[in-house]
Write a protein that binds this ligand. Structure first.
Ligand code: C5P
Length: 307
């Protein structure tokens, strides 16, 4: 076995096609039922052996890296600490994140980086973790990290961390309307609780309409079935998102939804041509800070280069 000097792991962002949120549990989390789709917007995580004694050194580049911390407040840093502690590996590691997934955008950008570190360290040291072990350690870091490892289209239950692949056909074309400033996930969940105070809240269910539409590979039906219990909360904290949703639907999207806890709004469209039209319309509307096109589903965290 040749010892590797380093690895590059490519990890996708995600959209939630469905996000059902149950009541607040005593542990501070909500039981959710969600449908994740990995999309072709990636962060690249490069991990190399460092100099003896340097410890974990995190560096950043890429269009969405501004203001991202490089200490233990970064989930990727914590992922490296967790892996090296648990498997008794050297902490002298240089980790570079090339970021394209929006930060605090509801697209699991931080989770993607943590997933990339887990997969990268596993490969670099030839740890040989099984998929189950990898998902368990991922769930300790955050609710979306297991999905970032698996990719594809999955149903998430529990905190969203228990994932099962979903049957699905076809390729889905997305136009993503970005916001200049992120939204904090705990703040959006908190606003959701506030808006629903005093209401009976059912346990979240898998959306049959969504599952059927995916099995049929029918983007129009998927567009109609898009649903997110956090959308009202994200719009309450960021009222401009309602305008973004209106503009996208007016310009022919099959459906539009706040992704996860937002503020990214994901629009599903028929094909590449419609995606381009909607990109132009949204950019011209002045209600968004940026627009990105992506397709899904795509792969999860995987090694794309060895060094
Ligand atoms: O799991 P993660 O660290 O990504 O979650 C961030 C925060 O989002 C949690 O501290 C909690 O406030 C909220 N959350 C929740 N229910 C979930 C997932 C996240 O309330 N299922």
């Amino acid at each position: 076995m040749v010892k590797l000097n380093g690895v590059v792991v490519r990890v996708p962002g995600k959209v939630n096609l469905h996000l059902g949120v149950g009541p607040l549990d005593p542990d501070g989390y909500h039981e959710v039922t969600t449908v994740f789709q990995a999309i072709s917007l990636y962060d690249d995580v490069t991990i190399k052996h460092g100099e003896p004694g340097q410890g974990i050194v995190l560096t950043l580049s890429g269009s969405t890296s501004m203001g991202v911390p490089v200490d233990s407040s970064n989930l990727a840093f914590r992922a490296a600490e967790l892996m090296t502690d648990r498997y008794d590996l050297s902490k002298d590691l240089s980790i570079h994140l090339k970021k394209e997934i929006p930060v605090a955008g509801g697209m699991a950008g931080g989770s993607a980086d943590a997933a990339g570190v887990l997969v990268g360290i596993d490969a670099l040291f030839d740890v040989g973790l099984s998929r189950d072990e990898m998902e368990r350690i991922a769930a300790e870091l955050g609710s979306d990290v297991p999905f970032s490892i698996s990719g594809g289209i999955c149903i998430g239950t529990g905190r969203g961390d228990r994932i099962t692949p979903a049957l699905s056909r076809g390729t889905y074309h997305w136009v993503l309307a970005l916001s200049g400033h992120g939204l904090s996930t705990p703040a959006v969940y908190g606003e959701c609780d506030r808006l629903r105070e005093g209401m009976p809240i059912a346990r979240p269910q898998v959306s049959e309409a969504m599952m059927q539409s995916l099995r049929a590979g029918d983007p129009k039906a998927v567009g109609k079935a898009l649903a997110n219990d956090l959308q009202a909360a994200a719009c309450s904290l960021r009222p401009a998102l309602r305008l973004v949703l209106d503009v996208g639907l007016e310009y022919g999207a099959l459906g539009g939804i706040v992704s996860g806890s937002g503020p990214t709004v994901a629009f599903l469209v028929d094909d590449e041509e419609k995606a381009l039209d909607l990109t132009v319309a949204l950019s011209a509307s002045g209600v968004v800070s940026g627009v990105i096109r992506a397709n899904g589903p795509t792969h999860g965290a995987r090694v794309v280069e060895t060094l």
